[in-house]
Design a binder for this molecule. Sequence first.
Ligand code: BGC
Length: 731
Amino acid sequence: MSKKTNERVNILLEKMTLEEKVGQMTQVTLDVVLNGRPYNPKKPFLFNPKKLVNVLLKKHVGSILNVPTSEALTREQWYYVVSTIQEKAMKDTRLGIPVLYGIDSIHGASYTQGATFFPHQIGLAATWNLETARAQGEITAYETRACSIPWVFSPVQDITRNPAWARIYETFGEDPYLSAEMGSAIVSGLEGDNISRFDKVASCLKHFLGYGIPLSGKDRTPAWIPEHYLREYFVPSFQAAIDAGAKTIMINSGEINGVPVHANKEILTTLLRDELGFEGLAVTDWEDIKYLHSRHRVAATQKEAVRLAIEAGVDMSMVPDDLRFCDHLIELVNEGSISEERIDLSVRRILKLKYELGLFENPVIAEGENYEKFGTPEFLEKAQAAVAESITLLKNEGKALPLSTDKKILVTGWVAESMRSLNGGWSFDWQGLTSEEFAKDKTNLLQAIENEVGKNNVVFSEGCKYDEVVNLEDAIQKAKDVDHIILCLGENSYTEFFGDINDLDLPKAQIELAQVMIKTGKPITLVLLEGRPRIISSIADGIGSILLGYYPGQEGASSITEIIFGKINPSGKLPYTYPRHSNALMSYDHKHAEAIEIQGSEVPFNPQFEFGHGLSYTEFDYGNILLKKTILTKSEDLRFSFSIKNIGDRVGKEVAQIYIGDDYASITPPVKRLRAFQKIELQPGEEQILEFSIPMKQLAFVNTQNKWVLEEGTFKVFVENLSAAFELKNI
Ligand code: BGC
């Protein structure tokens, strides 16, 4: 903290009563101060003056979050919201402390009408493009701050290791390194080097720690994670984003090894503060202190739940509608169960952030700043470029794609008309239910295809809904007169536990439509819009081309179409392993024993598509791998080069992916781990030599004593079809 900020914080803290301090540690959802009931506010939404007085003046609440339930706001409405709150907080309270407003701008300022929507994080991960991630951070910061909101709950740094989990689309996928790199880029885009700027916000890393591997696959259910695995796989993506400067962190709502993370001092204080060096603000997730009592049952009363969480290291409680948190915490301090120094520690962090954000000077938007770039073509183009690089061509038998625009086409499948399937959750409202209404002027897949080839060349048959067939006969009849079928399947929008599933297979009705389309014998392109890899093994063989769009956002349909018809050359690469069977859910960095083919058995590791997979309309030839040294010590870097040549006839982008495998180790080594990557563009015939330098210490792993160790021995580096061996010797 700068000396000046420190002084300002100290002066303010001196003046504060216990009640005012506890208020700063409290965060409510906006509905709590609106007319109507929380989650059912009266429309049009308006502040309720009495509630505002209670929350801001009586309870001294320091932070508010969220959009009114089911109602995306305009920028003008946001201005009304935040300025009303700040006026009350700064003019009518004793100390005039501004409120810290926070929002889930997780793929753009997606709770604001007219904002620029990027692909969800999983699509962004598929770009493997750090510039794109940074650009998303920058535009999200700009457009969120344009709404007078200085704090966004992004990026999600959770590593996903259960493909059924409903929150995969909010993450960067299964790999710690990819997530670390992409997340740090978003943080730097959101925060820059000065969060008080008119176009920057504070980021919030989610959800510390170990959220992405629920054993049941259901959201917020128990995870069992050995500490060495937790440290090696789940910590690094957070560490990297903390090192990139992230100002705040949100806590995992789940439990690890029987201990809810909100009550885990070892994770929230020893690990986060003492080891990872995080100095910022730690906020709970939604209602999670209460859940220590009512859901997790580690606290016999609500008050005890508050004590556990504060002791563990929580700074701010997202209550979000129950202000008894304040009363409990005040009681706990008054009776000596929690010290006032402990309270001061958290309040200091909160006030510091408010000063750093410049909220005391600019509680709403900066004077004279009118954010004329908001929602402009300049930003739109960046979002479309991100989509273009995220779409992943998983299969293209006989180079069926790209299609020529003179083909007669049948578009079928409910997803073709769904804006919700483009936007996913966290779009206009929490579950993304209002996408059809708010994005009605945007283009869905069917419209985008019609725009590309002309309405006369396209016929449509819905074929199915998410889990119900619709007039298959119509689709079969219409397929007779066309040259090609574009089959649009996948998932609807959902968020968190609303997306829980019992079966990872794509629903039967969608499979049935695919099967009857395959029977027509017409060439098919399958476009999948989905938040997680729904299993398609029963239809994948019968389909010539498969494009995975993830949730590309409302600008996505035209980019997908431009890929189908060849205006864009795809370059997305899978950020997760796409499983073939629902009981074969291994990640790419599985152990050797998980892939050994025993005579007569099924191939154990045989996913539908591998992590890192993604085709292009051109081809790249890798060659000449050359290691500078093949015997190295711990302090050295592994330095090597190889060539990539575009041997096709189109310009294309390629992601060089560097994997390293440890041949033998004292803990069974994974077959390989991603250790570096670089995305490049090559003209037809062009060749580039890429050079990499990977510190040997990056090859360390965490042993059963939970310590990072680097063991001597032989390793292999793998790049596409190339490999080379090297050795680590402690000389
Ligand atoms: C989610 C968080 C989100 C928070 C605030 C929670 O339910 O788990 O990711 O930031 O709500 O909306």
